[in-house]
Ligand binder design. Structure first.
Ligand code: FES
Length: 166
């Protein structure tokens, strides 16, 4: 049996992609977002490029966004000119946090606590910001100290300083 070509299928796929991209652009425009900010609405699954003892190295993300490293229980986030490394677990009862792409914030699936992209508590049952790991810049990477975690209610100054400007 002769193989049937499907020129209409290719045209249909192109139309679907074109329509989808237009829809995404429309949503971003409706939210008042530029192209770079629209990209921030995505989350990626990633892992450290290397780990030595308690030091995990991650490439600095090229754009705003969130990378979740479940192996190390770390969320790496780039937002508004800074990179942060958060504990994956919610400060309330340790449930793994998620990135809410629709509202551009972190959300806990258990009791719905919400946090801004810099980890600041917004609403819900939690009583503090997301916990931040100590981190430092090393060229095009950040090195996260997995053994040093700052709580905003115990050491506000260290928590505030736990970021890398980019
Ligand atoms: S465990 Fe996250 S709000 Fe309760």
């Amino acid at each position: 049996m002769a193989e049937q070509s499907c020129m209409g299928c290719d045209a249909g796929r192109r139309e679907f992609i074109r329509t989808s991209l237009a829809a995404i652009a429309g949503v971003a425009a409706a939210l008042g977002l530029g192209a770079e900010q629209a990209a921030a609405l995505t989350a990626r699954v990633g892992t450290a490029s290397s780990v030595t003892g308690d030091q995990a190295t991650y490439p600095i993300p090229a754009t705003d966004g969130v990378t979740i490293d479940r192996d190390r229980q770390v969320i790496l986030a780039r937002a508004q000119g800074a990179v942060y490394a958060f504990a994956l677990s919610c400060p309330h009862q340790n449930t793994a946090l998620r990135w809410d792409a629709h509202d551009d914030r972190f959300q806990c699936p258990k009791h719905k606590s919400r946090y801004a992209p810099d980890g600041t508590f917004q609403s819900g049952r939690a009583t503090r910001n997301m916990d931040r790991f100590a981190l430092r810049r090393d060229g095009g990477n950040v090195i996260v100290d997995l053994d040093t975690l700052f709580r905003s209610d115990h050491d506000a100054a260290a928590w505030t300083a736990a970021l890398v400007r980019v």
